[in-house]
Write a protein that binds this ligand. Structure first.
Ligand code: ZN
Length: 188
């Protein structure tokens, strides 16, 4: 799938990727679009992102809209919902919503900038979410985003990560396809 980082310049001190850009890419491919919105008010973006061709919308629990309201709005557009956590936010903040979402995203870098180093405490969070999924018999995806490399990938999948988001590792590589193949082969 393709992962897009939408940034509003307020929730994070950076701008990136607008709905028209996503709509333009949608003209070229049918692969699932996983849209990660790092924005203060997720509710304002859902309609436009649904129209642009998003399949999954992942918003931050630290944003200012109520998570249950955002999840309901995403579902109302027939899309899958994801919940992202910044590195300092504990797993317990997300647990009340895990039965209502399709994906959880414990971020392994501070949101807002590419090229950062993977924060290793994220591995414990992945394992914790995996344990909760087993205990609750829930089947949400566990996605990891930020500083994911071919070295990090097996550490994450071994602990229960099911989606690996990689930007720099792929796009700064001389052989992006080989990196993608290696990431895929690290699936547990
Ligand atoms: Zn992202």
């Amino acid at each position: 799938m393709l992962h897009f980082d939408v940034m509003d310049g307020e929730f994070v001190p950076n701008f990136g990727i607008s709905p028209p850009f996503i709509a333009a890419v949608r003209q070229t491919t049918q692969v699932p679009f996983d849209v990660h919105i790092m924005v203060t008010h997720p509710l304002r973006y859902i309609k436009a992102l649904a129209a642009a061709g998003a399949d999954i919308i992942t918003f931050h629990i630290e944003s200012e809209d109520k998570p249950e309201t955002v999840i309901a709005a995403i579902k109302a557009h027939g899309l899958k919902s994801g919940l992202a956590l910044s590195p300092k936010t504990p797993v317990s903040a997300a647990t009340p919503y895990l039965s209502d979402i399709d994906l959880v995203l414990p971020m392994s870098v501070e949101p807002g900038f590419g090229g950062q180093t993977f924060q290793h405490n994220t591995l414990e969070k992945i394992a914790e979410f995996h344990q909760i999924a087993l205990k609750l018999k829930q089947s949400f995806e566990i996605s990891v985003d930020g500083g994911v490399t071919t070295e990090i990938a097996p550490l994450a999948t071994r602990r229960g990560a099911t989606i690996l988001v990689a930007g720099t590792a792929i796009f700064r590589s001389e052989n992006p396809k080989a990196v993608i193949d290696t990431l895929r082969s690290s699936a547990a």
